[in-house]
Design a protein around this ligand. Sequence first.
Ligand code: ADP
Ligand code: RBF
Ligand code: MG
Length: 163
Amino acid sequence: MSADNPSTDGKDWTHLYIEAVDFHAIKITASVVHGFGRGSKELGIPTANLNMEEVGDKCELKAGIYYGWTNLKEVMYETVVSIGWNPFYKNEKKTIEAHLLQKLPDFYGERISILICGFLREECNFDKLDDLISCIHSDIRVAKLKLLEDIPAHYADKSTWPS
Ligand code: ADP
Ligand code: RBF
Ligand code: MG
């Protein structure tokens, strides 16, 4: 799989998506820490895991899948974000993980800012790993469409971000 060419293997996940109403963009800044290493190896979808100790009160954000922008070394990348307990893996701790929609070299230890622009869906459990992967590919496709809309596109310019 490649972030550039997401495929959902013909599966339709549209029933999972929720129309966000009156969502205000939220900025989270923290450094990138190591997780379980599953994103790249098991899913083929690396996720930059945030150091939750640096996240502050934003760690209370509702669990779910979001889309937005990540500022990594002053470059903005389209991003999908997973917040929660990863029910498929039954994590014991809440995580915030960002998949940037571009292939990149590792950036562990970097301080990144994620601007969350909208909510896509609740976290789900799946019968099999392939369904989790296919649903994430669907999230990427939906996120790309949402990020073309006026307000998220406005945030491609960092000077418009809230402090
Ligand atoms: P971990 O469990 O340690 O988070 P992952 O397999 O999820 O491991 O890989 C995440 C790491 O991959 C990130 O911390 C980052 O250094 C690197 N990486 C490379 N490209 C990307 C990308 N497009 N999105 C997110 N992380 C990426
Ligand atoms: N994990 C789940 O258990 N259920 C989900 O619905 C789910 N959706 C995700 C959507 C996106 C866009 C991303 C990037 C991750 C998602 N994850 C989900 C988290 C995934 O299990 C996690 O990134 C890997 O376990 C690697 O840490
Ligand atoms: Mg990860």
